[in-house]
Design a protein around this ligand. Structure first.
Ligand code: PLP
Length: 395
């Protein structure tokens, strides 16, 4: 209905007249819904059995009006028919794969995706008789070669963490179409402001809404967006698997989404400014940011995306300890996992997400001791750069 993402972020999915004439969407904080009488109950159950659109909810695991408002808004932002909200980003990914694949099916996924997704595909799916093949990110010939008669899904991510690799959506969709396989894409790092994967022919998009979409480091959630028929199947499965969001979280997400476009515009600006500054600094060996011409996927990112996002990874000329000293000297960012919120967050993956691996194992997957991931918030770019300047001067 609305063309621009900023207007959609504020208005899409919400009725103008809301209960009690409230301007904001109420938090419908209930686990169950009551019926006026038995006739009303039977009418509802009959509609459900006849697969007619439901006019009310029955039980919290099957739906909630606050949740539905957010789902409609998220679907509009990604240009999809419908969306389904989950308790976390991982819940959205695992529940969707479990709902759509069966024993004997095969999934192909790219190696540079979120480590818990990789773990799920490689270790958990096997236990349910679903085969998984991991292929190198960016190798489209290997992707196509991995497809077999029983392949049902290609799963990938763009941009990836922590090296910000960009997936060529046209190529992946072309491979998938040639073989009648569905593409399921994690677009968390891009957000609908920077990339709308469904417009490229991707079948299903997921986001960890914990990151940019919630945007305030105060909630966990995940969403899947795609054709109404597929979302209906996923909703059926969610009623069984149970990974539902709660109404209060849905409201926080709805509220966070209102400012999505302005937040992401600022984070795109901060990402580019910080990446350019770091690349010009003599104590920085390497910067990974798709907005820099030095990034291997810069041309693709420029063609496919409207902005490059707020995450910059880099390696200072330092060892593990010296890099930690630099991080400790930073005044603005918090040290922690996650990204996409208004507060900047910095981390050294060797000591955070990859702490349990020994150095050899870490290096085998490309995680150097001195690698830093800086997830920029919406602070002022000059302040962020001045902070980096003073911290780098200390090492
Ligand atoms: C790209 C990506 N996908 C999925 C997830 C999982 O999301 P959640 O933490 O909301 O379960 C993360 C979390 O860091 C992520 O970075």
């Amino acid at each position: 209905m609305y063309k621009s993402i900023s207007t959609q972020a504020v208005h899409a999915g919400e009725n103008k007249v809301k209960p009690y004439h409230a301007l904001t969407m109420p938090i419908v904080q209930t686990s169950t819904y009551a019926f006026e009488d038995t006739a009303a109950l039977i009418e509802h159950m009959q509609r459900k059995e006849d697969k007619l659109p439901l006019e009310r909810d029955e039980y919290g695991r099957y739906g909630n009006p606050t949740q539905r408002a957010v789902e409609r808004k998220l679907a509009a932002l990604d240009g999809g028919e419908d969306g389904l909200l989950y308790a976390s980003g991982m819940c959205a990914i695992t529940s969707t794969i479990l709902a759509l694949l069966s024993a004997g099916d095969h999934i192909v996924f790219t190696d540079d995706c979120y480590r818990r997704t990789r773990e799920f595909c490689l270790t958990y799916l096997k236990r349910y008789g679903i085969e998984a093949t991991m292929v190198p990110m960016g190798d489209y010939a290997a992707l196509e070669a991995a497809i077999k008669d029983n392949t049902r899904m290609i799963f990938s991510e763009t941009p990836t963490n922590p090296y910000m690799r960009i997936l060529d959506l046209e190529q992946v969709v072309a491979v998938a179409r040639r073989h009648g396989v569905k593409v399921f894409l994690d677009s968390t790092f891009a957000t609908p402001c920077n990339l709308r994967p469904l417009e490229f022919g991707v079948d299903l998009v997921t986001h960890s809404v914990t990151k940019y979409l919630g945007g305030h480091n105060d909630l966990l959630g995940g969403v899947v967006i795609g054709p109404a028929g597929t979302i209906a199947r996923l909703k059926e499965a969610q009623g069984v698997l149970g990974g539902v969001p709660d109404a209060h979280n849905a409201y926080l997400l709805l509220r966070g989404l209102k400012t999505l476009a302005v937040r992401v515009a600022k984070q795109n600006e901060n990402g580019l400014r910080v990446a350019q500054y770091l690349e010009s600094h003599p104590k920085i060996r390497c910067v990974y940011y798709p907005g820099l011409p030095s990034h291997p996927d810069h041309a693709l990112a420029a063609q496919q995306m409207a902005g490059y996002g707020g995450v910059v990874s880099f390696e200072p000329e330092a060892d593990l300890e010296k890099t930690s000293a630099f991080i400790d000297a930073m005044r603005i960012p918090y040290i922690g996992p996650s990204l996409g919120g208004v507060e900047s967050i910095i981390e050294q993956p060797a000591l955070m997400s990859h702490f349990t691996l020994d150095k050899k194992e870490r290096l085998a997957i490309g995680i150097k001791d001195e690698l830093v991931r800086y997830a920029l918030g919406i602070e002022d770019a000059d302040d962020l750069i001045a902070d980096l300047e003073q911290a780098l001067a200390k090492i």
